[in-house]
Design a protein around this ligand. Sequence first.
Ligand code: GUN
Length: 291
Amino acid sequence: MPAQLLDGKVIAQQIHTETAAGVQELKTQGIEPCILFMRIGDDPASRAYVGMKDKKAAELGIRAQTQVFPEGTTRQELLAAIHQANIDPSIHGILVQAPIPGIPQEIVFSSLAPEKDVDGFHPVNFGKLLLGDPTGFKPCTPAGVQELLTRSQIPLQGRRVVILGRGNIVGKPLAAMLCQKGQGADATVTLVHSRSSDIPALCREADILVAAMGQAEFVKKDMVKPGATVIDVGVNRVEDPSAPRGYRLVGDIAFEEVCQVAGYVTPNPGGVGPMTIALLMANTVRAATLK
Ligand code: GUN
């Protein structure tokens, strides 16, 4: 039987409905939630991602502003703009879109006020995540994966989760979240990376396999345990002269063949992507609530 799809668009919409209610509640208290996006240079993917987030914020009644900085913006200039946003009481959330050309992103993320870091990458928020302290902000993509699993009633307690990719944006924080004690976690987590040996064998142990290593169609059907849940976080460009832009976007899993073996699979697009945006909006409303 082919795998069932875990529809991120439907589940993201459930979260947006809750978020929109939160926005209305804040507005009755005279608070208008506001998120500031900062984008540096002219990376088309960054432009598209910020555009999608900005549009969704407006739909939910969240005020959104975007500051675009030219490529060549210095560290000092960017940090000065972040400082202004940090001290501006009308701004509740700040997101600096990566990649940030020419400036180490750790320095940028560390300069955000932790209580406005709705992206969840400030060391204070990352540390709280590791400690299991719920007062911090969780990074939106791994939090979106966790919500997608729990709202789809995919059990995690005691199950084997294998995460491909140890990056700071997805793999590392997701591993921390899913091995935590408590609901929507309690899993036994294996974090697989480029130096891991026998990756296919490790993948076949997974009840839940999360592909977040950024390699086009890396996960093949012989790497998937029959009936497993497979989550595709990847967005990769592959050249395709027949496509209108000369490339097409593919995930980290070979979708068609994985569907023949898996129990549940995320479509891509329409799986993890919408969840990331939903969690960002939810974090922004929480930031405004905490104020
Ligand atoms: N670039 C790719 N993913 C992300 C993300 O989650 N947050 C930010 N700020 N930049 C990104």
